[in-house]
Design a protein around this ligand. Sequence first.
Ligand SMILES: Cc1cc2nc3c(=O)[nH]c(=O)nc-3n(C[C@H](O)[C@H](O)[C@H](O)COP(=O)(O)O)c2cc1C
Length: 388
Amino acid sequence: MDPRAATNPMFGPNRFKLGVFSANCDGGLTISLAPERWRAEWDDIVAMCRLADAAGLEFILPVAKWRGYQGQANIYGKSYETLTHSAAIGALTERICVFATVHVPLVTPAFAAKAMATIDHVTHGRAGLNIVCGWNQPEFELHGVTIDPETRYEHGVEWWRIWAKLLEGGSEFDWEGEFFQLKNLQTDPISIQRPRPLVMSAGFSPKGRDFAAQAADALFTTVTEHGQVANLLADVHGHMARHGRSLPIYAMSHIVCRPSRREAEEFFHYFAEEMADVEGRAYHRGHRGAVAGSGNRVAARPAENRFTRATGRSYEGTYPGTFPLVGTPDDIAAEMAAMSEAGLAGTSVAFLDYLKEIPYFLQEVLPRLERLGLRAPVSAEAQNRASS
Ligand SMILES: Cc1cc2nc3c(=O)[nH]c(=O)nc-3n(C[C@H](O)[C@H](O)[C@H](O)COP(=O)(O)O)c2cc1C
């Protein structure tokens, strides 16, 4: 077992791992005008993260955003910066892994090494880093930074090498590379997790997957139907094999869990289709893939899922690439079991209103996953400690 399992539940024994995604942002993971949508109020974020922590979920994954998706809802228009967010959430939780998300073109490796070591000490070894090489140029304009489509992932690999070497500790070193020429590199303190905090990547393009295969400890990806998982895993495992590595692979899900399937499906249709922010969705469509770089285009996006309109497009208000888990607690547990069976290590979850909806999910779905042998129950002592 990885020595980091002693402190970071992402390396722990649960066969199907779960975490909350995108709750640091207005709108969460839903491009919807529904008035019930998530407003990302700080105290609500804290309350929700503490519930997830007490229930034994493995991670909190915030999104690094600098500009909203426009449209009427302007989702992501308000978002908490993720390094500071995760330091704070880390101090207010007990067990859960707290990710911070860094855009490589915006943060130097030495800054990120010091920041991640800080969060790792605050949390006694529960920090995680999501490395993003950039995909949306309008978000970078306020920094005066231009994403280079041809070299963004090569730049990312060199950034990651410097970051990882800094966290090894030891005496000062200089770096003469293709993208970085740096002097007097060192950082103190180094991280508690050895050799470094957990790294994840969500690169989707061929170069993005290759980056993850080299630099990451976990790959998050987009899949919208069970039928897509086998091909997806075959491709991703091909990238990993080229680097002699094998990483756990996670999906990204949106949960609508209700006592009856009809209730869940009607609510999903309401906020994700009737109340969809079509302009916000069009903004995302217009920018996705724009900086992929030559020879690095994604051959085929995941096919649309079963929640489609007559056009064959998924409900407009769902975030593209999100797996919709919509139904009763039994339905959702069965879908997660199918994900696990297909080879996925876990999934992130999101809700229209995280704080309102997560209690029912935790109370009803987690015990079912435990009965299926996918997760171990959390001890009463640990639950009390986390919720006190
Ligand atoms: C789970 C997940 C988390 C992500 N987090 C961020 C983020 O915080 N900020 C961001 O700009 N992009 C984020 N991305 C985008 C990816 O890093 C990546 O750019 C995208 O999947 C497209 O892949 P490509 O860059 O290889 O073309 C995320 C994607 C996923 C699936």
